[in-house]
Design a protein around this ligand. Sequence first.
Ligand code: NAD
Length: 292
Amino acid sequence: MQLLDGKKISSLIKAEIAEEVRFMRQSGHRAPHLAAILVGSDGASQTYVNSKVKSCEEVGFQSTLIHLPADTSEAELLHHIGQLNTDTSVDGFIVQLPLPSHIDEHNVLMAIAPEKDVDGFHPSNVGRMALNLPSYLPATPKGILELLQRYEIETAGKHCVIIGRSHIVGLPMSLLMARKATPGNCTVTLCHSHTRNLKEETLRADIIIAALGKPEFLKADMVKEGAVVVDVGITRVADSSKKSGYRIAGDVAFAEVSPKCSYITPVPGGVGLMTVTSLLQNTLSAAKKEIY
Ligand code: NAD
């Protein structure tokens, strides 16, 4: 079994991006600029946004955090988005999800200019991704592709089972693994809460991508010998032995599953770190006008 080491690969990619930023600045360009809008003070969202801002600093990007109170109206939020859409000093921006319940997420995502949508959630980017046209890929699936590619994992002709069909992970992942591309060219089965006999599906999989948000859901008896297992899950589980009072658990029962795998991602230290790196890569692409 070999670990798909998100820590190592994300550090490598960050160093590559930092080098490009140095080159851009030496050639007289400004540094790429990512803006993030956070509405409210949800603990996990704040942690995610802070790590995105910190990563920008690490690679020499400029970053702007717009932190709005939880009672911000949808109209006010759309006004901020409109400003960022036309601000030529900002290359790309994100609106941290989830949003407070009084704001319609769809209206917000639709308002982001596709050319600045570095999260890749706008229908225009999702459609382009589905058609294999240049687009910003959503960060988590993009990070998983990057891991598969850097570890030279063969995907063509393989059976890939994805568990979870969210718009940010499972659904785009299914499109990307089925695309005529490398990594890609898989036969994909997309499983979800209505799937019958999930174990039958996972036992046929060469590659399993677990993104359902149920700690240690995937057990050893659901995985065939030699499978590649990618664990997307991040759930806080109460743990009195930790100072914080919780630990982060993935969707895979790592201790029992890992001996059966050819490759597996750890949690933490796997997909999560790659997600932030993908956002940096998309922002660099935006600054270089590579997609639009
Ligand atoms: P979600 O929470 O929106 O939806 C869960 C999906 O899993 C649904 O499609 C549902 O149908 C499916 N599901 C639930 N129970 C199931 C079952 N018993 N069998 C089969 N399918 C089932 O999904 P999400 O937002 O993609 O989040 C999934 C997990 O990934 C969460 O733990 C989340 O924190 C984590 N996540 C991690 C990253 C990262 O960077 N590593 C990024 C995004 C999400």
